[in-house]
Structures are given as C-alpha cells and as structure tokens.
Write a protein that binds this ligand. Structure first.
Ligand SMILES: Cc1ncc(COP(=O)(O)O)c(C=O)c1O
Length: 313
C-alpha cells in the first residue's frame, strides 16, 4: 500500500511539513544503513484514540540506539510526548507511527563519528499487513535470520531489514504471503517482520530471543495475554518440523497484529482454520487495543484527535 502523506513530521523537537522532511544523499544512513526505528499503532476506540504500548516501543528505540552507540538527544518521556504531538497535529487515526533515528550528513567514512543523529517521527494510515482471510499461506525461507554476533537481532536497526527483504521477496515471488526464517542453526526464528507462536496439544510455544528473534512488543503482549487467559506458554527452541505438525501457528507484530497462519510450505496447519487458542488470544488483543475490553495491563496512551472524518483503512 503506498504511503498516504499526512501534514506534519516531527523532526528533532519541531513539527515540519511532510514534504520538507528530507535528508541529503550523502547521509551516513544512506551508505551504511545506520538507522534504528520503531513501528507503533494508534487505534480508534469508542471514545477517542489510543497508542498501543508507546513507552515500550520508545524504550526499544533507545535500546537499539544504545547497542549502536548512537547518542539519542531525547529522553523516553520526550519521545513519547513527541509521538502524541505529531498524531494530534495530523488528526489521523487509526494510524501507524514510525519513529526513526538516523546518522545524518557529516563524514563519509564507515566510522559514524562526526555524523549528527537526526530523529524523525511520522504517522500515517496503514491497514492490515498480512493479507488473506482465514490465515496466511507462508513458507520457510531459504534465507536464515541474522547469526548471533553479526548484526544484533535485539536492535531494530534499518540494516537488519535487508535480511527481512530477502526473506519476504523470496516468499512473495513463490506465491506465499510471508516467509519464516530459521536461525543459523536451523531452528525456528521469526517471520521477516513478525514473531511466531505455535500451539500443539494445547500448549503454546514461541522461540526465545536467543534464536535471533526481535523482542517484539506484540510478542510480549501475547505472552502476557496467554498467561492471563490461563494457557501454558513456553519460550523454547523449536525445530522446523514442529511447524508442520502444529495444531495452530500465528504471527505477531505491530504491523501484523495477531495473524493466523493457514499453511506452511503448502502443508495445512491443523484443520486450516484459525484455531481456538489463536482466536481467544486475538480477541483479547484486539479487544484491548480497540478499547472494547478493559486496559487491564496499562498498555494504552490516549491521544486527542479531532479528525472530522475518521480515516478508515
Ligand atoms: C523482524 C521483526 N520481528 C518481530 C517483529 C514484531 O515486533 P513488534 O511486535 O514489536 O512490532 C517485527 C516488527 O517490528 C520485526 O520487524
């Protein structure tokens, strides 16, 4: 889906017009992939709108920057306030929020010394990410996820998404909606932009972060919801073939939300329909995000958006 521009983008403490949020071609980030970013959703609710787990996303942005020794010129509180400001100024809800910190224009060597850190926050409408009603048809990628001690998986860094692009493009070209990557040892890691959960014999599993998975905020939300609903859930290494004999498999992510998987490598998951545990977890997740169930875990940050016409996506 092409980006739908809004009016303003937050840049280093000020709102600037969307079309002026440009960077120079000689910026460090263009040549060396030196950026860290976030993806956050703001949901429309019966009485207003609210951002889902805003502080947790901004903390991960700060953590990603720390891993890359990027001095962030803004605190957690300032970043959260900035996201609220840009959403309220643009009046677009529901929306996706994209904060990014990048190394700008200064020096051309690989060393980032002497390059300024620029922080931007944009928001825009964005609908369902994983297409397909009743579940996605996905494949195991021939590309592995990042090996430990190469590019750090816990940093949500722009450079990691070259790997994600390989996984996703291969899947798409072969007629699948998404690819699942194994880690360097052949164990299940994650989708190109999603964490993964598996249900077998009533138990819920997800790979641990040590299998080169991003510490997804939705993953954490699903772990919390699953425990709250009384499901047994384990973070443990998963062999590829467990996916083929699973009763239910689903992706989680800010873009993907909770998305059931219907088949993997053309092998039907369970009976080919979203399973009972997936459905219960998805109902709770969307219920909280959309303000239809109590915000029992304190995940929502309200925003005041006076959009005369709610944007539907
Ligand atoms: C590679 C990867 N894994 C997992 C996720 C899910 O993370 P989150 O739930 O925080 O969006 C994402 C999306 O951000 C991702 O890009």
């Amino acid at each position: 889906m092409p980006i739908q521009p809004t009016s303003n983008i937050w840049h280093n403490g000020k709102l600037i017009p969307w079309e002026q949020a440009n960077i120079h071609v000689m910026s460090h980030v263009i040549h060396y992939g030196s950026s860290v970013f976030e993806g956050i959703r703001c949901y429309k609710q019966p009485h207003g709108s609210a951002v889902f787990r805003l502080p947790e996303h901004m903390q991960r942005l700060l953590d990603s920057a720390k891993i890359y020794r990027m001095d962030m010129p803004f605190t957690l509180e300032e970043l959260c306030a900035a996201a609220v400001d840009v959403i309220e100024a643009n009046g677009v809800t529901p929306c996706y929020i994209r904060p990014i910190a990048l190394r700008g224009c200064g020096e051309i060597g690989v060393s980032p010394k002497g390059t300024p850190v620029e922080v931007y926050i944009a928001n825009f409408p964005w609908g369902k990410y994983i297409p397909g009603h009743g579940g996605a048809d996905v494949c195991i990628s021939s590309w592995n996820r990042l090996a430990p001690n190469t590019l750090p998986s816990l940093a949500k860094a722009g450079a990691n998404y070259m790997n994600s692009q390989l996984i996703h493009m291969e899947a798409e070209i072969n007629g699948y909606q998404e690819g699942i990557a194994l880690d360097v040892n052949g164990l299940v890691s994650e989708g190109s932009g999603e964490n993964i959960f598996v249900v077998r014999n009533g138990l819920l599993y997800t790979p641990p972060l040590a299998n080169s998975a991003l510490s997804g905020i939705t993953r954490d939300s699903v772990l919390t919801i699953a425990r709250h609903l009384g499901f047994a859930v384990t973070e443990q290494a998963l062999p590829r073939e467990l996916l083929y004999i699973a009763d239910e498999v689903f992706f989680t992510g800010t873009a993907a939300e909770v998305s059931p998987i219907r088949s993997i490598d053309r092998i039907v998951v369970g009976d080919g329909k979203p399973g009972e545990i997936t459905t219960k977890i998805a109902d709770e997740f969307f219920g909280i995000a959309n303000g239809l169930k109590p915000d029992r875990f304190g995940w929502l940050t309200p925003v005041k958006v006076n959009a005369s016409e709610p944007v539907t996506v």
